[in-house]
Design a protein around this ligand. Structure first.
Ligand code: FAD
Length: 430
């Protein structure tokens, strides 16, 4: 049996470990922190006896690799899967405008969905449809090195349709502003969501905490296949001879008895690892963007929907978990510098403005989770840096959401990168 060291225990490292262990490799998974999951994990609120996530994660029907991964580890039934796209968007004052693709067959249903999205004027709805038709037929705007904002302006999208539709989509999917997001990456996202069939547009939300959704079942899957998992073990050095990795030195062990290595850590984390080699290696120097989640535990829950998108608000999404609700703000640089009490105060007021059914008196507890490097910024520079990263070793492969998958910094990119690294290992053996 060939031995593989995988280091980094987020979605990418777990995906690589699952695919390797199913192919008869003996995996040792090393994770620096005391828990698996990387940027997607659950926490426990002792005083409310309730699980909550470091940040709300949304999956979409177009996340083919993630869905295949969850099916493989037998956790797909822990997801609530919409039949087709349905999002209640809320305006200040409480009016709800639903983007709902309804019962007609694809793609007619999307056409009707957009035509009935009343947060936009009729003319604006036609312009949105025209945008998608342009993507299908011929591009009237050159996207190379363009930002999403330039693309939207080129396609004559109004300020209101940017606020009430495009911005929500861009900030939610890419965790950055329309002014810095790459049009090329956004095009890839739009194509996958809207132009590949009805199922792709559906939103998938976990019915359980993230740890229970994928970490527990992935651990079961790989340990059943002889994998070892070492938590709180950080890789510090990589030893090389020529183009071959001969040693992995951690803060607890020195490993030399392995055939392959999969490095599944974020690009910035290589800055802290010494690579003992005469060559100099460079990893993409990506910019990162924060996401802040505010969790409110409620005395009674007045919210009827599973989630809401908010139009023109500092709160981008509200997710309803019954005992608690989660308010999500992406591209949240300002919030990372703000005091948590002020955030709770301001977000309670903002929520009252959007939901007359909500009053801050019903909040019995709150937690603020700031993830400063939640995702890399998918701008034109990141596109280039990821494409140019072509380091290749005989027995080490890279995984992580930052690998050049063509996708933004998402679970889907991480899972796909792990599968690709595993298949590189398998192919190089043949
Ligand atoms: C708040 C928040 C909300 C998000 N929302 C969404 C969403 O709705 N949908 C979506 O698709 N994506 C979302 N994302 C992005 C998604 O979580 C990430 O893209 C994905 O989890 C990245 O997985 P990864 O395995 O590539 O990296 P990571 O999860 O960062 O895992 C890397 C692991 O490597 C470990 N490590 C680092 N250095 C070392 C070392 N030297 N030795 C050993 N181990 C090491 C780290 O501790 C970590 O566990 C969100 C992220 C955040 C933070």
């Amino acid at each position: 049996m060939k031995r593989v060291i995988v280091f980094g225990g987020g979605f990418a490292g777990l995906s690589a470990s699952v695919y390797l262990s199913e192919n008869n490799f003996e995996v040792t998974l090393l994770e620096a922190s005391p828990k698996l999951g990387g940027r997607a994990y659950s926490l426990f609120n002792n005083s409310q006896n309730d699980i909550y996530d470091n940040g709300q994660h949304i999956l979409m029907g177009c996340y083919e690799e993630t869905i295949a991964f969850l099916k493989k580890i037998n956790s797909i039934n822990k997801l609530d899967i919409q039949e087709s796209l349905s999002i209640p968007f809320v305006k200040r004052g409480g009016s709800i405008h639903r983007l709902d693709s309804g019962k007609y067959s694809y793609p007619l249903n999307l056409l009707f969905g957009f035509m009935n999205y009343k947060a936009l004027s009729i003319k604006e709805r036609f312009k949105v449809i025209d945008f998608f038709l342009d993507m299908l037929c011929c591009y009237s705007c050159d996207l190379k090195d363009k930002t999403v904002s330039e693309w939207l302006r080129c396609k004559k999208q109004s300020d209101n349709s940017i606020k009430a539709f495009w911005e929500i989509l861009v900030v939610g999917a890419l965790n950055t502003t329309i002014e810095s997001a790459s049009a090329e990456i956004f095009e890839e996202v739009l194509e996958r969501i809207f132009l590949t069939g009805n199922k792709s547009t559906a939103i998938l939300l976990s019915k359980v905490g993230l740890t229970q959704l994928y970490i527990e079942d992935a651990v079961q899957y790989i340990t059943d296949r002889n994998a070892k998992i070492n938590l709180s073990e950080k890789v510090l050095q990589i030893v090389m001879e020529g183009n071959v990795i001969t040693g992995i030195i951690t803060d607890r062990n020195a490993y030399t008895d392995f055939d392959y290595v999969v490095a599944a850590i974020p690009a910035f984390a290589f800055g802290k690892i010494k690579i003992l080699s005469s060559q100099k290696f460079e990893f993409p120097d990506l910019r990162y963007s924060p996401i802040v989640n505010i969790h409110f535990w409620l005395k009674e829950n007045p919210f009827k929907e599973e989630f809401y998108g908010l139009i023109d608000s500092k709160i981008h999404w509200v997710f309803n978990h019954g005992k608690h609700i989660t308010l999500t703000t992406s591209s949240a640089d300002i919030l990372t510098k703000m005091n948590n009490e002020i955030i709770v105060d301001e977000f309670s007021s903002e929520l009252e403005k959007y939901f007359p059914i909500f009053h801050r008196e019903i909040i019995i507890d709150s937690k603020v989770v700031k993830e400063k490097r939640a995702t890399f910024v998918p701008d034109a520079a990141s596109n280039q840096l990821r494409k140019n990263f072509i380091l290749s070793f005989e027995n080490m492969f890279f995984a992580g959401d930052w690998i050049n998958t063509g996708l933004p910094s998402t679970i889907e990119s991480a899972v796909l990168s792990g599968k690709l690294a595993a298949s590189n290992v398998i192919t190089s053996l043949k």
